[in-house]
Ligand binder design. Structure first.
Ligand SMILES: *Cc1c(COP(=O)(O)O)cnc(C)c1O
Length: 439
């Protein structure tokens, strides 16, 4: 049993509070739907990954890059900066947020399988620490930007190590069939290595891989590291020098359901260090600096979404049973993960003790789409009524960041709560925001 709620969420008499502020008070002050972000929980996760990397790798610890795509806004970029870790951005938009926050460019890296020339220029001009190269085309594009700025740009190569990681197992078939990176098996990776190695405007610092998401065990990371380290050895054999760094990506899972059993930062880093050390020994290599890119594992558990129930209807199912459809005031525009990936969530009535019998229920949104589901199957009390508040935990990652304006629904705000105080860090969209694009 794991707890999908952040550390400052408490329940008393069935009522949810965050840092001692009740869900009812939060809803009254900020409206619904709203994302509530437990600031201390977020900050301690960010620093925990930094510490665990250092503890496990010692002098070979590289950088923890927070994956901005999981959730970013100016204030959160400042927290990441204050926690001393790095930032991984993958578009000019994410980069612009980081720069607006005053994030030090040297501690940032740029990803993307199709970075525009404008994005590459923006990154190089701002002095970004590293660019992760994803295609042969990009080599010349980045080199041209570097030459124009008079710098030698540090780059890594994103490789597909032939590992496809799933939540509970990993398989190594169909692994080449992805849009990202250079395949090691086909030899394209080696072609890219040679092209970058000989480029005077680029400094190759190492290899990168990112093998998947919501991964709950250690083996796939060790396996990916091993394949990248074998390539480091080949590089050493060919060029007589060792590359200094490996970035082994993100993908560390979190608890969405009480049955999910995620790795702690210490468990994950300790196991990775063992695998890397072993592999380097076998290949007679120095241990390179190891960097990682957790997104979900930092922000995911730190937020919950608070909705208000608007309607409840009971339907009779084919098997004679019944189901309650509980409609909330958001839906697929603030959490697309259920309809996109079949993601599973839990949820609770947050404003009162709910002691009534449980009924098979489905939490749905307000959009004009049958697939607009927040929680497909959940047992909720039969006496849920309009006006109740429903809280869904673990919505920090890939919910607000993937939010849309479908049906012209304004996107919800993010409210940071810390030390008994709540403040808006990303405001709710308004109808005039929506109309502002119409020419
Ligand atoms: C998405 C992504 C991450 C973060 O993944 P999480 O599952 O949120 O940890 C890290 N690196 C790259 C390259 C990614 O695409």
């Amino acid at each position: 049993m794991t707890n999908p709620w952040s550390s400052e969420v408490k329940f008393s008499d069935g009522k949810l509070s965050l840092c001692r502020i009740s869900a009812t008070d939060l809803a009254r002050e900020f409206g619904t739907p709203t994302f509530f972000l437990d600031e201390e929980d977020f900050r301690s996760r960010a620093t925990a990954w930094g510490y665990s990397l250092k503890d496990s790798f010692g002098e070979n610890a590289g950088t923890v890059y927070y994956a901005a795509k999981s959730f970013i806004c100016v204030e959160v970029a400042r927290w990441i900066d204050q926690s001393g870790i790095g930032l991984d951005v993958c578009t000019g938009g994410e980069l612009a947020v980081a720069i607006a926050a005053g994030f030090p460019p040297a501690r940032m890296e740029l990803h993307g399988n199709n970075k525009s020339v404008a994005e590459i220029n923006q990154a190089v001009e701002n002095g970004i620490g590293k660019i992760i190269i994803d295609s042969l085309y990009e080599i010349e594009r980045i080199a041209a930007a570097a030459k124009a700025c008079g710098v030698r740009q540090k780059v890594m190569l994103r490789l597909t190590p032939g590992i496809e990681a799933h939540t509970h197992e990993f398989i190594s078939t169909a692994h080449e069939d992805v849009k990202f990176g250079f395949s090691i098996a086909s030899g394209v990776a080696w072609q890219a290595i040679i092209a970058v190695h000989h480029h005077e405007d680029l400094e190759l610092v190492g290899f990168h891989s990112h093998i998947g998401s919501q991964i709950l065990d250690t083996e796939p990371f060790g396996e990916a590291a091993d394949r990248l380290i074998a390539l480091l050895a080949r590089y050493r054999d060919e060029f007589g020098a060792e590359l200094p760094e490996l970035n082994l990506g993100g993908g560390y899972g979190i608890s969405y359901l009480e049955s999910d059993d995620p790795l702690s930062p210490n468990q994950a880093m300790f196991a990775l260090a063992a695998a890397v050390t072993d592999s380097c020994k076998r290949n007679d290599l120095h241990i390179p600096k190891i960097s990682i890119e957790p997104g979900r594992a930092i922000v995911g558990p730190s937020m919950f979404t608070l909705y208000e129930v608007g309607t409840v209807k009971e339907v009779v199912l084919d098997d004679g049973g019944t189901r309650n459809y509980i409609s909330v005031d958001g839906g697929m525009s603030d959490n697309i993960r259920t309809s996109l990936y079949g993601a599973e969530y839990v949820g609770v009535i947050a404003n009162r003790a709910a002691s009534a019998a449980l009924r098979q229920s489905r939490v749905v949104g307000k959009h004009c789409e049958s697939g607009d589901i927040v929680i497909r199957d959940i047992q909720l009390p039969v006496d849920v009524v309009p006006g109740d508040f429903l809280a869904v935990p673990a919505t920090g990652a890939y919910c607000r960041s993937m939010a849309s304006n479908y049906n012209h629904v304004p996107r919800p705000p993010v409210v940071a709560v810390s030390n008994g105080k709540a403040r808006v860090i990303l405001r709710r969209e308004t109808l005039s925001d929506l109309l502002s694009l119409d020419v």
